[in-house]
Design a binder for this molecule. Structure first.
Ligand SMILES: Nc1ncnc2c1ncn2[C@@H]1O[C@H](COP(=O)(O)OP(=O)(O)OP(=O)(O)O)[C@@H](O)[C@H]1O
Ligand SMILES: [Mg+2]
Length: 436
């Protein structure tokens, strides 16, 4: 094995990758480079992947998404050398995978890349444990050691005790867990998953997605995950590459893709996305107003509330860590008492949520919080707030902030309304005249 790569080295890098199946692949690539379309090179062959470039960072889940036939499997097969690229290069952790000898390719594939397939691809006559141990067997690990390791990994994916069974005794979801366990047994930094969950029932599929994220929290692998399901892509991906007809048409975070689709194609694609499960508190929050630092005192707090038309404000320390809230009534009491500190009248912080929480989970806290919902970062600092109207607006297409939404002015003070209601007005005087 070579020395570990520097931090900045991408786990995988694809540069100007092409794959053409057919009679004259090189000629097709020349024409594609010259600007000819996919259909214009059909005489020369099927252009499955056209000029694809991207880098996958260590530890991220990079999703490649596109309709059937858009070239996803062809790309992932070039990433692990199962397909030879017609043109362009692939590097794994800084080392070339393209243009190397077949023995070099084999060792790179064995030591650096593990793959999970759509249809599990388990060996039917071997036990579950022997399937999981298979990559270790290829590496020459002794039987007792590899079976022990296999059982350890089976426990990790929730299949403790199933090692002695044959794959046919397991449900689809369990078989795919075996597939994942086998890929984990290879103990590579990079996992390639081609439609790994597509053959599963929706409920099992959802469960597997959650389990994958859970595993990823501790294992911190680099994962390339292929899917044609946008909701799955958005749920799993740190970044997503959207493919169409062999080309990558956009690479971005789920939020980028949702809020700023690169073209009409991507826009159409994202129309059906369940935004409540994709967008996070951090994506839609607004600047944390109203907020005062405890050291600022009751007068500043009152001014802030008046300007923001609010009856309470968040109070934080210097580091923006929330201490609680103060109401306008309490602030007035403090001003009248000549107090300079807010601390004696602080009320506890209402509901708050973490930046990474998806909108789906914000509705209840949002209803329970008397102030715009407080959003905290990982250090526990108040990084933003989400007014309810912002939360609602974020669920539809269009702007994810309330800036463009018209709101009614603040209600008049009730004393002012009472005064008007109590005073005799012109019509009631007239009525009295008539009655008389
Ligand atoms: N071995 C091959 N020989 C010829 N053509 C191929 C081969 N493999 C793929 N293709 C063609 O290349 C194109 C891209 O196929 P690919 O399998 O990469 O798509 P995909 O995005 O993975 O689709 P799916 O979602 O159906 O798996 C398709 O037009 C396909 O017919
Ligand atoms: Mg495929």
């Amino acid at each position: 094995m070579t020395h570990p790569p520097a931090l900045s080295t991408p786990a995988l890098a694809a540069k100007n990758l092409f794959k053409v199946f057919g009679r004259a692949p090189q000629a097709a690539v020349e024409k594609l480079r010259a600007g000819f379309s996919r259909s214009e090179v059909s005489e020369q062959g099927t252009a499955a992947v056209i000029d694809a470039s991207f880098e996958v960072h260590p530890g991220e889940i990079f999703v490649i998404m596109g309709l059937s036939g858009s070239g996803k499997s062809t790309i992932i097969r070039m990433l692990n050398g199962l397909h030879e690229a017609t043109a362009g290069t692939v590097e794994v952790q800084g080392d070339a995978l393209t243009g190397v000898s077949s023995s070099r390719l084999r060792s790179l594939r064995r030591d650096r890349l593990a793959m999970v397939f759509q249809h599990f691809a388990l060996l039917p006559h071997r036990t579950v444990a022997a399937n999981v141990a298979y990559p270790l067997e290829l590496r020459g690990v002794g039987k007792a050691e590899r079976l022990a390791k296999a059982n350890e990994i089976l426990a990790l994916v929730g299949l403790e005790g199933w090692g002695d069974k044959l794959p046919s005794a397991l449900s689809g979801g369990m078989q795919q867990r075996v597939g994942i366990a086998r890929a984990l047994a290879a103990d590579t930094d990079v996992l390639l998953m081609d439609e790994a969950f597509s053959a599963l029932d929706p409920l099992i599929r959802r469960e597997m997605q959650e389990q994958l994220l859970e595993l990823q929290r501790t294992l911190k692998k680099t994962i390339v995950f292929i899917t044609h399901d946008l909701n799955e892509a958005m749920f799993l991906g740190d970044r997503i590459a959207v493919m169409r007809d062999g080309r990558i048409v956009q690479i971005g975070t789920p939020e980028d893709i949702l809020t700023d689709p690169a073209n009409d194609y991507v826009e159409q694609f994202v129309q059906d996305v369940d935004r409540a499960r994709v967008l996070t508190a951090g994506n839609v929050m607004e600047r944390p107003r109203p907020r005062v630092e405890a050291s600022a005192g009751p007068r500043t707090a009152l001014r802030q509330m008046r300007d923001a038309y609010m009856s309470a404000v968040y109070v934080t320390d210097r580091d923006r860590k929330p201490l609680g809230i103060i109401t306008d009534r309490d602030a007035i009491t403090l001003v009248r008492a000549g107090e300079s500190s807010l601390l004696s009248k602080l009320k506890p912080l209402p509901q708050s949520v973490h930046e990474d929480e998806v909108l789906m989970n914000l509705f209840v806290p949002s209803v329970e919080s008397p102030l715009p919902l407080a959003v905290l970062d990982t250090e526990g600092r108040l990084s933003g707030v989400i007014p309810r109207v912002t939360l609602l607006a974020a669920l539809g297409p269009g702007p994810t902030s309330t800036e463009e939404i018209t709101v009614l002015p603040q209600p008049l003070p009730s004393a002012e309304i009472d005064a008007v209601l109590d005073a005799p007005d012109a019509t009631s005087l007239e009525n009295q005249e008539v009655a008389r």
